[in-house]
Write a protein that binds this ligand. Structure first.
Ligand code: NAD
Length: 292
């Protein structure tokens, strides 16, 4: 299949490489020269423009930074791609914009899904992402086999925007459990418990969570967690702040009561403004230990 791939940054490069490995012809376009050089090294065909990438595409995948990039790229995709192409936006963006772009796609005669991901750069490279999809059943059925070549799970969450809704709710919960885990370790330390001892107990008790057992924010108990690598991401605090900002925007629009989400947003905003935006989001541990 001929697949146009737009946006080959940290995430998109690994995803596009997996589509190449699956035997697809990937027509790559990115504004960054470095991203294009990497894409060609990974076996993609370089397109000199977005219109060239899309002209004869049977599918279009986008992996872009934010909602306004998605709006401007799809304005061009709708003009240049054949209407038979299935469109998949894997970027993390706000629910409203995802719904607007999906409505424009439908009006222009395209099937489209929003399909944001969980799994980070390592999951993108390894082909083990989880895709959360929003769109009609027919659009999902067309997108699913393509997304499956880049991930371990492809889940239909509901109508247009439902993928983005699932993504921001999941990441709001992740931020809250991470902060709670950091608080518990910090208090346990002050009470004289060793980190390993508290982990051995809490990981087998009711305080257990993914933040504790897969991504432990203190060095030692989970050797693969970023805490053991000086908090190199992983998942950067800036990206967590981006997702919490989208969650708070959605909470405001729907009048949902999310007091812990709001607190998590404030804490990640402070962490980023203190110069730690590029560190892993579990670096919250150091801030909680310091108490400011
Ligand atoms: P990135 O900045 O590394 O990559 C984005 C790419 O899009 C860049 O190479 C940029 O040049 C390109 N781009 C921007 N505008 C373009 C345009 N008009 N035409 C063509 N190319 C254009 O970002 P990333 O880390 O790969 O993240 C991409 C998306 O995935 C974001 O929405 C992010 O929130 C989401 N995400 C990231 C992670 C992660 O760990 N990095 C995890 C889950 C989800």
């Amino acid at each position: 299949m001929k697949i146009a791939f737009i946006g080959l940054g940290h995430m998109g490069s690994g995803m596009a490489a997996n589509l190449v490995s699956a035997g697809h012809t990937v027509q790559a376009f990115d504004l960054s020269e470095a991203a294009m050089t990497q894409a060609v090294a990974d076996g993609c065909v370089a397109a000199t423009s977005l219109s060239q990438a899309c002209a004869d595409a049977e599918a279009v995948v986008t992996m872009l930074p934010a909602g306004h990039h998605v709006v401007s790229v799809y304005a061009q995709v709708f003009v240049h791609a054949p209407t038979a192409a299935i469109l998949m936006d894997c970027s993390t963006i706000d629910v409203e914009t995802a719904r607007q772009v999906a409505a424009q796609a439908s009006a222009a005669g395209f099937d489209m899904v929003d399909a944001p991901v969980s799994g980070g750069v390592a999951g993108a490279a390894a082909g083990t992402l989880t895709f959360m999809c929003g769109g009609t059943q027919a659009a999902f059925n067309r997108a699913e086999p393509i997304l499956a070549r880049m991930g371990k799970a492809v889940i239909h969450a509901g109508d247009a925007g439902a993928g983005q809704a699932a993504k921001i709710c999941n990441n709001m919960l992740l931020a809250i459990t991470m902060i709670g885990t950091c608080e518990a370790f910090a208090l346990a330390e002050k009470l004289g418990l060793k980190d390993q001892t508290f982990f051995d107990i809490a990981s087998k008790a009711s305080g257990q969570s993914w933040s504790m057992t897969s991504y432990c924010p203190v060095p030692g108990p989970v050797p693969t967690s970023p805490a053991n690598k000086d908090y190199q991401p992983g998942f950067a605090a800036a990206l967590m702040l981006k997702d919490l900002t989208l969650a708070m925007q959605a909470a405001g629009q729907t009048a949902a009561d999310t007091p812990l989400g709001a607190k998590a947003h404030a804490l990640y905003e402070a962490l980023c403004s203190q110069g730690h935006a590029a560190q892993d989001f579990s670096y919250m541990m150091e801030r909680i230990r310091r108490g400011a």
